[in-house]
Design a protein around this ligand. Structure first.
Ligand SMILES: [Zn+2]
Length: 672
């Protein structure tokens, strides 16, 4: 052990940091590793040890400070000084040419060119560098206000904490915009792990990235292998750009990783050719691209073209069509949903589509099977895009070998053997046995899911065991589970048992709207659940309503009303509700203050707001007894007009609705 004085330590630390930064850059940005992982770890440990000995020398931009040891309580809100606009989409060459026509018309006789670049299917972020140091990372949010996710951004090693000057001085302020994503291989690995732990799977790499960026504990985020590409700038001072390609080049020069395969194109024909090329080749990339972004190159021309209220007129996205693949249909599984619907699910020979391995696809119902004339052992075409569940498009009948077997509709429930029904006017087969184990499992999974009671840790594997062992027969039983019950189950450690019990207990306080949704009443989606909660303020009150009272609510149609009525007139459901209440689950929400200024007033919102998100202001209005509507009518009391209001403003003027600013609203709401 050599003892250093602080001066020597400072020098040593500086040189270690420089080395680590260089190797990070080579590995994460340039994709050309210069040393082995072991050598890298050794350097890192040396630095960590020195910093531990001389904690005064730790600076926020040290490579050891990428992961903070303390989880956050929540995220601060960040207002984007220049809004992060969304983009218009096109889906064909013809639409791209239409876009080009509009550009040409607006630019008159000027010459112009485009830059086409990859559109990464990730999460948009904004990074603020002051004098070359990363001071903030934020999500796009609603474009105006996002979340400060600096602590998670810092864990992404392809984002430098400090820019390199490249020979020139660094700008005093530089806001860089880009996309955080998860490479396909890490996504698959993450989902495999989650499946093993009985956790909910991410639908695609984008959801996995978004979920990872919103974690309060950056130690978990740091293990998710997130990556980022930069594609533009927001506000900046002390630097200037003439063309979009200059921006990309500059960002690269100062040590940022920019979107790959950006190409300057002289005209729209070159753009369409380039898009077509990548449409064929994109499957080979190790991350998901869902299209190309086409931008007018000259910044002066970008300014001249301007923007609409939603999106810039100088750029457009070209979306690739959903990816298709051919694979073999190995079998069909009958899945029983929480309302008893039996859905045939295709079991496929695993195939790669849109960055994920697809091994199951929905066949919807038996009419669909007949329509497709799909048989077991057939080669089928499967499509998947973004959020959508993989779907079977058709059959390669010319490839049949004679060993194909027809798929027969079952007559009995695969879970409880009850006879299946097909209700008049419905295509679905249905199991009407309320005690059917498969239905119970699905109901409990729904009850615990994120937008319902949000009980973490209750996944397929656990519910399977709980129901099979008879520990849980309905949702209420969850609240009477003891950690001893859980410990008896397979693969259960003391700690995780207690975590589940805690998560269940913590869910007792959720808002009434979540509880109503969690009950899984047929036809009652999330929105309707919140409307019902808001209107009746308690389960007791909701329970009493007749079909007429229910149908008189805007969002409730006759089918939903009947379903709600039946739900609350079912003895088993009432028993479960009584036990939920007895367990301490909150089944009411506070009565509204008798008179507030917003009582019964209807609001419509237009344009970009500064202090609220759309969701935030809507919640505020509802909490004060007001209502929010999406369109202006004679019944509207106020239109809240933010920046760049849309056509709603004209409509409000025409109909004579009172128009107020965001500031005026905050005054009315009693916040100022
Ligand atoms: Zn059944």
């Amino acid at each position: 052990m050599i003892f250093l004085d602080i001066k020597e330590a400072k020098k040593k630390i500086a040189s270690l940091r420089k080395l680590i930064e260089r190797y990070d850059r080579a590995y994460f940005i340039e994709n050309k590793p210069e040393i082995t992982d072991q050598e890298y770890d050794l350097l890192y440990k040396k630095l960590k040890k020195l910093e531990d000995e001389f904690p005064k020398l730790i600076t926020p931009d040290s490579p050891t400070q990428r992961v903070s040891e303390k989880p956050l309580e929540g995220f601060k809100r960040v207002t984007h000084s220049i809004p992060m606009l969304s983009m218009d989409n096109t889906y064909s060459d013809a639409e791209l040419r239409e876009f080009d026509k509009r550009v040409r018309k607006n630019l008159g006789k000027e010459k112009y060119e485009y830059v086409a670049e990859f559109k990464i299917d990730g999460v948009s972020i904004s990074l603020t560098f002051k004098n070359g140091k990363l001071v903030q990372g934020a999500t796009r949010g609603d474009g105006t206000v996002g979340d400060d996710i600096s602590s998670n951004i810092k864990t992404i090693k392809s984002i430098p904490l400090k820019l390199s000057s490249g020979g020139t001085g660094l700008p005093s302020l530089l806001e860089v915009r880009g996309e955080v994503f998860m490479a396909k291989k890490w996504f698959e690995k993450l989902n495999k792990e989650r499946e093993k732990n009985g956790e909910e799977l991410f639908a695609n790499p984008r959801n996995a990235s978004a979920g990872s960026l919103k974690l309060l504990d950056s130690r978990i985020t740091s293990k998710r292998h997130l990556d980022a590409f930069m594609w533009g700038v927001g506000q900046y001072e002390g630097v200037d750009f003439k063309r979009h390609e200059d921006i990309l080049e500059y960002l690269r020069k100062i040590g940022l990783k920019t979107v790959e395969h950006a190409k300057k194109c002289g005209d729209i024909e070159e753009v369409t050719k380039f898009c077509g090329e990548w449409q064929r080749k994109r499957e080979k990339m190790d991350y998901v691209t869902d299209g190309m972004v086409i931008k007018v190159n000259s910044i002066a021309q970008q300014k001249k073209l301007g923007r609409t209220s939603k999106s810039p007129r100088w750029m457009i996205a070209y979306k690739f069509p959903a990816e298709k693949a051919a694979t073999e249909l190995l079998g069909v599984e009958m899945q029983v949903g929480r309302t008893g619907t039996v859905t045939p699910v295709a079991i496929l020979k695993p195939v790669h589509i849109s960055g994920t391995t697809v091994s199951r696809a929905t066949l919807h119902n038996f009419d669909e099977i007949q329509r497709l004339d799909v048989r077991i052992n057939d080669i089928v075409y499967v499509e998947k895009s973004g959020e959508i569940i993989p779907k079977i498009l058709g059959v390669a009948k010319e490839k049949r070998k004679g060993n194909e077997k027809a798929i027969k509709a079952p007559t009995e429930c695969p879970s409880c053997n009850a006879k299946l029904y097909r209700e008049p006017g419905e295509v679905a087969l249905r199991c009407n046995n309320v005690s059917c184990a498969a239905q119970i499992k699905q109901r409990i999974l729904h009850f615990a899911s994120r937008n319902a009671m949000g009980i973490e840790g209750i996944g397929v594997a656990l519910v399977e065991q709980l129901v099979n062992k008879g520990l849980v027969k309905d949702c209420a039983d969850l609240y009477y589970l003891k950690s001893d019950d859980l410990r008896k189950l397979e693969r259960f450690a003391d700690k995780s048992a207690q975590n589940i019990i805690d998560a269940v207990q913590n869910s007792k306080e959720v808002d009434l709207g979540r509880l109503v949704f969690a009950l899984g009443i047929k036809h009652v989606g999330q929105k309707a659940a919140w409307v019902l909660a808001d209107k009746f303020r308690s389960i007791e009150e909701l329970k009493k309503q007749g079909i007429d009272a229910l149908t008189s609510i805007n969002e409730v149609g006759p089918v939903m009303a009947e379903s709600i009525f039946n739900f609350f007139n079912n003895r088993k459901n009432l028993e479960a509700l009584a036990r939920l209440k007895k367990a301490g689950v909150k089944t009411e929400m506070p009565q509204r203050a008798k008179k507030t200024l917003l009582d019964g007033k209807t609001f419509v919102i237009t344009g970009a707001l500064k202090g609220y998100t759309r969701q935030g202001i809507s919640e505020k209005i509802r909490s004060l007894g007001g209502e929010v509507s999406s369109s202006v009518s004679k019944n509207t009391d106020y239109l809240i007009a933010g920046d760049e209001p849309g056509s709603k403003l004209d409509k409000a003027r025409k109909v004579g609705v009172k128009i107020i600013s965001e500031n005026e609203f905050t005054k009315i709401a009693g916040e100022k």
